[in-house]
Design a protein around this ligand. Structure first.
Ligand SMILES: [Zn+2]
Length: 164
């Protein structure tokens, strides 16, 4: 009886591990195979590098967050930052890249990085107070040109992904 119970617990643990593995695999898969042009990829990587350098210069910190380009957004949001079980991830919306790439490079990457950095530093803001004075200051210092809330909100997600 006891052994049976233990077996079940093991199976559950294995299942949980597998689902975490699958999620990690999916995340890196979607980044590597997001089928955006080489030009876009270079623009994103260069901007991220600039943001990371600004973070180091202004705050003495080096936190790189997974930056995932995906077409699984519902709606026309530029990007979002999710905080789930201690893991911070930034998503950029592939669907709006064609018409908004300039804005994404100029402002969205720093905008989301500012949310991610605040999470990392323990400022667990919600959608309502996500775009505080402190957030704005970080966004500007990280190299964001236009640091304000997007018209379409719902972009800071805690423990819940808006897509499957
Ligand atoms: Zn925001």
């Amino acid at each position: 009886m006891f052994t049976k119970k233990l077996e079940i617990i093991f199976i559950i643990v294995i299942l949980i591990s597998l689902s975490i593995l699958a999620k990690n695999y999916y995340d890196s898969y979607s980044f590597k195979n997001n089928a955006i042009s080489k030009e876009y990829k270079t623009l994103i990587i260069n901007k991220e590098r600039e943001v990371l350098q600004n973070m180091k210069d202004n705050y003495g910190l080096s936190f790189q967050f997974p930056l995932i380009v995906t077409d699984k957004f519902q709606g026309r949001l530029y990007g979002l930052t999710s905080y789930k079980d201690g893991t911070i991830t930034i998503y950029l919306n592939k669907k709006v890249m064609k018409e908004s790439m300039d804005y994404i490079i100029e402002s969205v990457i720093a905008h989301e990085y500012a949310h991610a950095l605040m999470f990392k530093l323990g400022h667990f803001h919600t959608e309502k107070d996500g775009h505080s004075k402190r957030w704005k200051e970080i966004c500007v210092k990280l190299g964001g040109k236009d640091c304000r809330q997007y018209v379409n909100t719902n972009e800071i997600i805690m423990s819940k992904m808006p897509f499957h």
